[in-house]
Write a protein that binds this ligand. Structure first.
Ligand code: SAM
Length: 240
């Protein structure tokens, strides 16, 4: 069987012998942009059934029909890690979402803090970024991008069993690491360009594990990647 050179996220169920109809945009991408045709193979995943190698049986301008042949990867769920961050400039927010999907977060939670500049986000656009990142990185799962929520509201209904890794810029240069924290439900908190307010910092310190990300102040997008690296290495699915 030929190798699939393109990966595509679809909503439909996948399984041996399952037919998958693709929409206009996906047909344009596969047959117009990638120049694929009937008889070629595509890797499909839907975030639930793992990855399937599918043969293109019909390639039209506005739609296409694919036939699943065999499972090429089982479903691999990421650890139960939420990334809570305050949206910054558009391109940098896109970057954070893309990296969270690549690095293995299962929920991406934008939050509005006292010093957040950006008033609005387009959740659907950010979700599409997460899908694209999963397609590129070989993941079989797409993290859920949630609606923007105010930080105080988020903390008021915080689940008791979920631990918080609070990246506290006030600890820049301190030797404050995650320590021997344990547990498998976690959330990382990253502030906006202006950082967290004193009130927010106090609350997060009480509720979570405050950590330093080294001797320099990192931009929020860099901080998100650094924090996910530390967490994945220590508590997540990068552990040896
Ligand atoms: N305006 C803030 C200041 O000057 O202190 C810096 C905010 S920083 C650009 C954005 C976020 O990244 C912070 O709220 C924090 O969550 C995280 N961050 C950046 N550098 C950090 C560090 N060295 N230690 C812990 N958190 C850090």
């Amino acid at each position: 069987m030929k190798q699939a050179k393109v990966r595509l996220f679809v909503e439909q169920p996948l399984g041996n012998g399952q037919t998958v109809l693709i929409d206009r945009d996906q047909a344009h991408y596969l047959f117009g942009v990638m120049r694929m045709e009937a008889g070629d193979f595509v890797a499909l995943f839907n975030g639930r059934d793992g990855e399937y190698t599918a043969e293109i049986v019909q390639a039209g301008k506005r739609k296409g029909i694919l036939l699943c042949q065999r499972q090429s990867k089982p479903l691999q769920l990421p650890p139960d890690l939420w990334l809570c961050f305050a949206p910054i400039k558009k391109a940098r927010t896109d970057f954070i979402v893309e990296k969270a999907a690549e690095m293995g977060a299962n929920v991406i939670q934008p939050m509005h803090t006292a010093f957040t500049n950006s008033e609005r986000i387009r959740r659907d656009r950010l979700q599409a970024h997460a899908v694209e990142a999963a397609e590129q990185c070989g993941g079989t799962y797409v993290p859920e991008v949630r609606d923007l929520v105010r930080l105080d509201k988020l903390l008021a209904t915080w689940p008791e069993d979920r631990k918080i890794m609070f990246c506290d810029e006030a600890l820049v240069g301190a030797k404050q690491a995650l320590g021997d924290a344990g547990g498998d439900k976690w959330a990382i908190f990253i502030g906006p360009e202006g950082g967290f307010s004193e009130t927010e910092r106090e609350k997060l310190r009480k509720m979570g594990h405050a950590v330093s990300l080294g001797p320099r102040i990192l931009r929020a997008d860099t901080a998100a990647v650094a924090a996910m690296t530390i967490w994945q290495q220590q508590l997540g699915d990068w552990r040896g």
